[in-house]
Ligand binder design. Sequence first.
Ligand SMILES: [Cu+2]
Length: 164
Amino acid sequence: MALDKYERVWLTAVGGLIGSFMAALMVAYLIFDIRLPTFEGRIDPANLSNTKFANLGVKKLSENNYEVVMLAKMWSFDVGKDGGNPGAPPVVRIPKGSRVTFYVTSLDVTHGVYVEDHSINLEIVPGQIARQSIPFNRPGEFRIICNQYCGTAHQAMYGTIVVE
Ligand SMILES: [Cu+2]
């Protein structure tokens, strides 16, 4: 089959573009360790006593592997006693080089979880559990921000992750 010269040029260009997009995805996955958020399951926000969310906090699963179980509500994040002073925005401490899996659900309205300078952006819908795993390789303080407008004190809804 004979291809027109310009058709060949366009096919090559499009093939190269798709190839570079695939390469960018592979680099994000394999080198930067970026994963998509996952829907973990459904939950009754009024009855959390027999669920993972009955024990909020930071759990060490193995060396450099942590789990953060967190509740979002109007207008704060709650990680239980591992978050520092009760009533104050939580401060979570994680050793540098750790992979952290977040489990988050909402008690009331839709909230968001975004961690400054990291590839995590969760929508926290009441009745659903959101999960995402991300690496923390650089030391520093990174804010956890609610990035879904959730009411009058939305701007006060934050926390901090200290990577040390
Ligand atoms: Cu909010």
